[in-house]
Write a protein that binds this ligand. Structure first.
Ligand code: HEM
Length: 155
């Protein structure tokens, strides 16, 4: 039950934002995100160190997930880890800069389905549980990630 609720929430948010997003713009470099209003989430995640630990756990959970692991077979894992760290830091309101590609550009042509997206969200929840991240903090991070659904899922 504890895992179902944030997942459901992120799926609903993803649906709303996914439907609202205009997916015909050319891909822009960088991450088109609204900066976080404050650093509450960043601090709740344990700042840089907590985020690093979370991303490391997340990558281990993905590596163990037969539903999606094959899609990461060719991925440069060190770069992915670095960019995920930057991204989570930025959307959490931390003092970071995202230097990776836009979500649309990086996931384009990868044929990522809703099921893949949902599997990845479940993996993140599992990693957050392992890291002892409180439920409300989990929900805040999931909601901020849900806005990328429309740029990641192939339609
Ligand atoms: C909220 C969901 C997601 C977020 C926030 C996210 C974020 C990212 C970021 C930050 C990168 C690195 C960008 C760069 O190198 O410049 C990346 C790369 C990648 N993502 Fe995602 N991603 C998400 C969902 C997914 C899903 C569902 C899949 C497939 C199951 C996926 C597969 C990949 C792969 C394979 C790469 C490596 C691309 C490459 O360099 O060849 N992502 N993602």
């Amino acid at each position: 039950m504890l895992r179902t609720t944030p997942l459901l929430m992120v799926l609903i948010l993803a649906l709303i934002t996914g439907c609202a997003s205009t997916s015909h713009e050319p891909p822009a470099p960088g991450l088109a995100i609204t900066p976080a209003a404050d650093d509450t989430l960043y601090r709740a995640l344990g700042q840089r160190e907590g985020i690093q630990s979370l991303i490391r756990s997340f990558l281990y959970v993905i590596a163990d997930d037969p539903r999606i692991v094959d899609q990461f077979a060719e991925a440069p894992i060190d770069r992915l880890e670095e960019k995920l760290n930057e991204m989570v830091c930025v959307i959490a309101g931390g003092p970071c800069h995202y230097s990776g590609d836009s979500m649309r550009r990086v996931h384009r042509g990868k044929h990522i389905s809703n099921a893949d997206f949902n599997a990845l969200v479940e993996d993140l929840i599992k990693a957050m549980d392992r890291e002892g991240i409180p439920f409300t903090v989990q929900n805040t991070l999931l909601a901020r990630l849900a806005v990328f659904h429309g740029d990641i899922v192939h339609r």
